[in-house]
Ligand binder design. Structure first.
Ligand code: PEP
Ligand code: MN
Length: 267
């Protein structure tokens, strides 16, 4: 299998000048959804100043309810591009539909496949053909085997620039939004050469849990973190309860850095 350690021992995935899988743990941060240019610009400046090397923001949002904010779509992509250029930080954004891959690949430095689309095989194949680096999130109820097979769909189209992202799985526990499967991080490293990052924002759904789980994910060997940050989480159009303020994000970095250094990595 192309994702296996038998095929290859390590992978460095490069996206917009950022390297995943090297000595540096990568920090990706930004709002769940792009809401307007001011919101994204302020967030991009703040997360870059704090130490993030990639911006995130959803323009096409896969929401549980069809009545919830669905994203600014193409307008959101334009805002992402403008802000990314003005602040000089590359960005990743989600693609939900195979027909939008080309459009989004024109704008973004990196594509994201969300948990709900992990087994959208048509989308995986299109992203495999797009030749852009991609973050492949673990499905809400996907086994590690199914997740690696989903990655295989992208790799087998000739795109080796895949970063896996553990974002929590559905369990019986309702006190958290999902259960962040920390064991997936070292386990995937024993099976695959692909870099793996963690998303403690969706993994917990709760702001006070994001920093502790970020420390734990880095200690477990994650190649980076994906963190939701918003200028005003109380009024966010999506995922406010798990979004960090700028101050929270600075504190997260201060707490995670010594953990990274303790295992010989930089942050
Ligand atoms: C997101 O990153 O905003 C998102 C929708 O995540 P997930 O696909 O992990 O739910
Ligand atoms: Mn979100």
């Amino acid at each position: 299998k192309l994702a296996s350690l038998e095929f290859k021992t390590t992978s460095i995935v490069k996206a917009g000048g950022v390297e995943f899988g090297g000595n540096q743990a990568v920090l990706i941060a930004g709002p769940c959804a792009v809401e307007n240019e001011d919101q994204l610009f302020k967030t991009a400046q703040a997360v870059k100043a704090a130490g993030a090397s990639m911006l995130r923001g959803g323009a096409f949002k896969p929401r549980t309810s069809p009545y919830a904010f669905q994203g600014l779509e193409k307008e959101g992509l334009k805002i992402l591009k403008n802000v990314s250029q003005a602040v000089e930080i590359p960005f990743v954004t989600e693609v939900t539909n195979p027909m939008d891959v080309e459009l989004i690949a024109d704008y973004a430095d990196m594509l994201q496949i969300g948990a709900r689309n992990m087994q959208n095989f048509t989308l995986l194949k299109e992203v495999g053909k797009a030749g852009k680096p991609v973050i492949l999130k673990r499905g809400l109820a996907a086994t590690i085997e199914e997740w690696l097979m989903a990655a295989e769909y992208i790799l087998s189209e000739g795109n080796y620039q895949v970063v896996l992202c553990e974002r929590g799985i559905r369990t019986y526990e309702t006190a958290t939004r999902n259960t962040l499967d920390l064991s997936a991080i070292p386990l995937v490293k024993q099976l695959s050469h692909l870099p793996i990052i963690a998303d403690p924002s969706h993994g917990t759904g709760k702001r006070p849990l994001v920093t502790p789980l970020s420390r734990a994910a880095i200690a477990a060997g994650a190649d980076g973190l994906l963190i939701e940050v918003h200028p005003d989480p109380e009024n966010a159009l999506s995922d406010g309860p798990q979004s960090l303020t700028f101050e929270n994000f600075e504190d997260l970095i201060a707490q995670v850095r010594p953990v990274a250094e303790a295992i010989g990595r930089q942050l």
